[in-house]
Design a protein around this ligand. Structure first.
Ligand code: HGY
Ligand code: MN
Ligand code: MN
Length: 416
């Protein structure tokens, strides 16, 4: 006999069509997306999302960080809403699914409930958080961080991109700055569907990741100052080569992360070299070291060893070195009731599943501070993400959205 709600499934083709439609906005150069936060492309994607939500009968809220909230009414207007969502902004060489699957998966839940004329006690709100990626404006998860009270709004507004444009000015420019106080909304629960962005689920042929924890993250911006000089006429012993010093620091970062194998990771994805001229020894480099681990003590050890080794290298090479913590969050343990709702949904729907620690950061990691939160993950091809070749199957997307649907509806309580 079918379990209650077992026949409750999303429209896979409609979800896939919406993903492909959104992917047309801010196309990359290799099949993915470049829809960076607070760009005109971001604004266009937001408008498309809003049009779809309004067509599904939702009212749209907008807060002062540009976070979007599409609300489907419940039968008890006093009941706190169940929120479900993620982010629509992408990396500069991003994929079509990172973040977008979680926002459009949430929309597909509303569309499915409309199709089936199902009402829930709690309202359901689909959310798009501004600037999850943290590429144009560090740190990552900036707006969910303001929502959770981690960052002040003024600090967030003052963040500048590489061209010196502030977050606040750009949010105003694209016309998506709302009036709502950020974080005033109270949540009954929050669920986020996301691609794994790692190789585990595909390698183990699992349809669903039941995310119990998220690993912690530390971003340290390192500035090394040496001296610009001629690459041809400057004798080697006289050089104060900031670029070479950076290379040695990054070698040390790799060694430090590997010393905490198998879970810790470390690298630098952002590197600026000055003056970046072919025949000038770099007098200055600025780079961001990204360190992560499921254990806070390991993150703290890696941060300390980064500075210790960096200081040794700088002293030996006659260059200056400075550090600034520009982002980070402690390892996250998600809400057991919400996690159980995800696991039971996967079980009920007959999907293979396994518990998982999220390797990437997500808005859910901050929202978990202010509401019971859990995540659903689906596999991605070769575990690849933050690459335009990011790919998933329609079946994986549908499996993730079906589990999300059941977990959200169970928490929002069907009333008819
Ligand atoms: O950095 C992260 O883990 C996320 O993709 N913003
Ligand atoms: Mn993401
Ligand atoms: Mn991402």
């Amino acid at each position: 006999m079918a379990m209650p709600g077992q026949n409750l499934t999303i429209n896979s083709a409609r979800l896939w069509d919406s993903l492909m439609e959104m992917a047309k906005i801010g196309p990359g150069i290799a099949g993915g997306n470049n829809r960076q936060t607070l760009t005109d492309e971001d604004a266009e994607g937001r408008a498309l999302f809003q049009s779809w939500c309004e067509a599904a009968g939702c009212s749209m809220g907008l807060d002062q960080m540009g976070n979007m909230f599409a609300r489907r009414e419940g039968t008890d207007p006093e009941a706190l809403p169940v929120y479900v969502g993620s982010h629509l902004d992408t990396q500069p060489t991003g994929g079509k699914y990172d973040g977008v699957l979680g926002v459009l998966g949430g929309l597909e839940i509303l569309r499915t409930l409309n199709d089936m004329n199902i009402r829930t006690k709690h309202p359901i709100v689909v959310t798009n958080f501004t600037n999850e990626e943290g590429t144009r404006y560090a740190p990552a998860m900036l707006s969910s961080g303001v929502f959770a009270g981690i960052h002040t709004q003024d600090w967030a507004y003052a963040r500048e991109d590489a061209e010196g444009k502030s977050f606040g000015a750009e949010l105003e420019r694209i016309g998506w700055k709302g009036d709502e106080e950020v974080g005033a909304r109270k949540m009954h629960a929050f669920f986020e569907l996301h691609i794994e962005q790692g190789p585990i689920l595909e390698a183990e042929s699992k349809d669903i990741g039941v995310v119990t924890h998220g690993q912690g993250l530390s971003w340290t911006e390192v500035t090394i100052t040496g001296k610009d000089a001629h690459t041809g006429s400057t004798p080697m012993p006289m050089r104060r080569n900031a670029g070479l010093a950076m290379a040695r620091v990054l070698e040390a970062v790799d060694e430090i992360a590997l010393s905490h194998a198998p879970h810790a990771v470390g690298a630098a994805g952002h590197i600026d070299v000055f003056p970046n001229s072919r025949n000038v020894i770099p007098g200055k480099v600025v780079f961001t070291v990204d360190l992560r681990s499921p254990e806070l003590a390991v993150i703290e050890d890696m941060e300390a060893r980064l500075r210790a080794r960096g200081n040794e290298i700088a002293e030996a090479m006659g260059v200056e070195i400075a550090y600034e913590k520009v982002g980070g969050f402690d390892p996250v343990k998600f809400d057991e009731t919400c996690v159980t709702a995800v696991r039971d949904a996967a079980e009920r729907l007959g999907y293979s599943h396994r518990d998982l620690i999220s390797g990437a950061g997500h808005d859910a990691c901050w929202i978990n501070r202010v509401a019971p939160t859990a995540m659903v993950m689906c596999p991605c091809v070769d575990g690849l993400s933050h690459n335009e070749a990011e790919e998933i199957s329609q079946d994986w997307a549908a499996a993730g959205a079906n589990v999300l649907l059941h977990a959200v509806v169970e928490t929002a309580e069907i009333t008819g």
